[in-house]
Design a protein around this ligand. Structure first.
Ligand code: SF4
Ligand code: MG
Length: 336
């Protein structure tokens, strides 16, 4: 497998009146060609900020990439000019958001939003671009695409808009598609259709996908690998099987416990993790989960745990992995 994106030691902060919010604090991630990597974690964990950094869409000011590199096909995007980023955004890395209205242009027909990119970035003629736009709308399952291409986003339903956004994002055959909560606002049936569509298109185009979601059901169905984020850091990464069946980080255990299971009964609690996420104005110097972790030891509050290789595909950052740590948590693994 060829690595298409590598994020090394990324730090992103936002300057506010109340001080500096350290939203992303030393994130390392790797994305292989053609795979789907899910980034999971609660809101404020740094998932979206990490993704927006790749696109260099962090509003600056107040946001700033303070440190680290984002290697896309060997190029460091943190050093790219705005002009280079404009080119990359339109053709090499596509992005879809939870709310299509924030990224669709309400004053432009849906067809034109596809053809613009093709003509600008790929030097298509108007006629070629029109043809491709209709093809893309058909591919994402929009009925009567010839007619629909001439309509404006507000004339589309929510699900159709989401499809249109995927068509725009994929028209130029990007190498990476970043999908930030792409189906959260949709009802379950349409959600399933959209995810299926993304996966289908991915097989055709070999696009690598970064899928940001808090829905573990979606992860199980679409991703090959998972990165779990907490308090601006990646605390565990692994294949879907590693994370679902052999989770090693206490936060991941909590996440898995909070997932409704097939045998789940209405009156059973969904075991949310008690406590609240760390204060990112003044983040803890040790493990970000220490205040909520039932297994926290003294060292957890004082020092950030190093990354431990559980296996070639599975890494975790927790003091319980230290050879001298007490053996706890194995009981907590009874999740299936
Ligand atoms: Fe819990 Fe300590 Fe592991 Fe953090 S490092 S998750 S506090 S045991
Ligand atoms: Mg978000």
């Amino acid at each position: 497998m060829k690595t298409i994106l590598e994020i090394n030691d990324l730090h992103v902060s936002f300057q506010t009146y109340a001080g500096e919010v350290k939203a992303v604090r030393g994130v390392n991630l790797r994305l292989e060609k053609g795979e789907t990597l899910a980034i999971v974690g609660e809101s404020g964990s740094g998932k979206s900020v990490t993704a927006q950094s790749v696109m260099r869409l962090i509003p600056s000011p107040p946001g700033r990439i303070k440190k680290g590199e984002i290697l896309f096909d060997g190029r460091d995007l943190t050093k790219a000019t705005e002009k280079e980023m404009f080119k990359i955004r339109g053709s090499e890395i596509g992005m879809i958001f939870q709310d299509p209205m924030t990224s669709l242009n309400p004053t432009m027909t849906v067809g034109r939003q596809i053809t613009e990119g093709l003509m600008w970035h790929q030097k298509f003629s108007q006629a070629e671009a029109n043809k491709r736009a209709v093809e893309m709308l058909r591919l994402v399952g929009i009925p009567t695409p010839e007619r629909r291409a001439g309509q404006y986003p507000h004339q589309f339903s929510g699900g159709m808009r989401q499809r249109a956004m995927i068509a725009i994002a994929l028209a130029c055959n990007p190498k990476i598609l970043i999908a930030d909560e792409p189906t959260t606002a949709l009802d379950v049936t349409i959600q399933a259709q959209i995810l299926e569509l993304m996966t289908e298109l991915q097989h055709k185009t070999e696009t690598a996908i970064i899928l940001i979601t808090h829905d573990l059901g979606v992860v199980a169905e679409t991703a090959q690998r998972v990165a779990v984020m907490y308090g601006g850091k990646v605390v565990e990464t692994g294949r879907v099987d590693d994370i679902f069946y052999q989770p090693r980080h206490p936060y991941t255990w909590g996440l898995m416990h909070s997932m409704p299971r097939l045998d789940w009964k209405q009156d059973e609690d969904l075991a949310p993790i008690p406590g609240s996420p760390p204060d990112l104005f003044d983040p803890p110097k040790g493990c970000p989960f220490a205040d909520r972790c039932p297994h926290a030891m003294h060292i957890c509050h004082d020092e950030m745990p190093e990354v431990t290789e559980v296996s070639g595909s599975h890494q975790v950052s927790c003091w319980l992995e230290h050879p001298q740590a007490p053996s706890v948590g194995k009981d907590s693994l009874q999740i299936n």
